[in-house]
Design a protein around this ligand. Structure first.
Ligand SMILES: Nc1ncnc2c1ncn2[C@@H]1O[C@H](COP(=O)(O)OP(=O)(O)OP(=O)(O)O)[C@@H](O)[C@H]1O
Length: 258
């Protein structure tokens, strides 16, 4: 008996944890988008249906029941894009922590130099001085395949002339973002999910919103060079990070990547 009880509790906790993870991913995906309103609409219809059942309002309850039944298929159609992104996000997530013993023992991550960060920051400084817009995403743990698929994949070691030429205004590659993974540029012309956060100041346009979006939906960090002002912004966890000088910025990024 006692063992049964224990089994139940363990499964119960696992159940709650899994639901929490699921809700967290759904929240990350629909946060700030129109999908959240559709989701709220569905929840409201579901609650009204349950209420009509409780009050034994047969007609309304059967109409809503039919609607909910067909609704499952409608949901797949309406949320087709979100479901796709959701599955890609789940499939791309690296659940292992970079600090766990397995990684410390078997990966060379902790020995890796992060010199390429200095190159990225130096390049951003240069791009800023010439008011050349840029959007650079640096991968941490979450795999970025779901956004890389929107652009052109490549595999080039980070270096200043390449990044400069990518973002050069007349370059065919300058639109969108570049993705950097372990010191290598792995994708260009990437379209990022745009954040609809209303707290982002109006002076920031789509480039900045896209940087906020990817840093909200994944653990990646992003650098934006504004074409209008030459100003450099650093985004982490959906927030703008202030830095006093470029050395501090490079240090901050290295800390966040290690
Ligand atoms: N979703 C997106 N993903 C990737 N890049 C994007 C996205 N949206 C816009 N961009 C890039 O940002 C460029 C400029 O957009 P916009 O002028 O709206 O940005 P901004 O935040 O005002 O930046 P800036 O200060 O540089 O003008 C676009 O030409 C495009 O290259």
């Amino acid at each position: 008996m006692a063992l049964d009880f224990l089994d139940f509790r363990v499964l119960d906790i696992l159940d709650i944890l899994l639901v929490a993870v699921l809700l967290y991913y759904i929240y990350k995906l629909v946060k700030g988008s129109a999908a959240i309103n559709i989701f709220i609409g569905i929840v409201i219809i579901y609650l009204i249906w349950k209420l009509t059942q409780l009050l034994q309002m047969e007609m309304l309850s059967s109409v809503l029941g039919e609607f909910i039944g067909v609704g499952m298929f409608a949901l797949i159609v309406v949320f087709q894009q979100e479901i796709r992104k959701f599955l890609l996000m789940i499939g791309s997530t690296n659940f292992s922590s970079k600090n766990n013993w397995f990684q410390l023992k078997f990966s060379n991550r902790e020995n890796k130099t992060l010199n390429y960060v200095d190159i990225i920051v130096e390049t951003c400084k240069k791009l800023g001085s010439t008011q050349t817009g840029a959007l650079i995403v640096i991968k941490r743990n979450t795999k970025l395949d779901f956004v890389k698929n929107t652009g052109d994949t490549m595999d080039i070691k980070v270096n200043r002339p390449i990044i400069e030429s990518i973002f050069y205004k007349n370059s065919t590659l300058h639109d969108g973002a570049i993705i950097i993974e372990d010191g290598r540029i792995t994708a260009t012309r990437v379209i990022l999910p745009v954040s609809n956060d209303r707290d982002i100041p109006l002076r920031f346009g789509l480039r900045h919103r896209a940087a906020v979006g990817i840093s909200e939906k994944t653990d990646a960090v992003a650098l934006v060079v504004s074409e209008e002002t030459g100003q450099i912004s650093y985004l982490k966890n959906g927030e703008f990070n202030i830095f006093d000088d470029f050395e501090n910025l490079a240090e901050q990024i290295k800390m966040d990547l290690s």
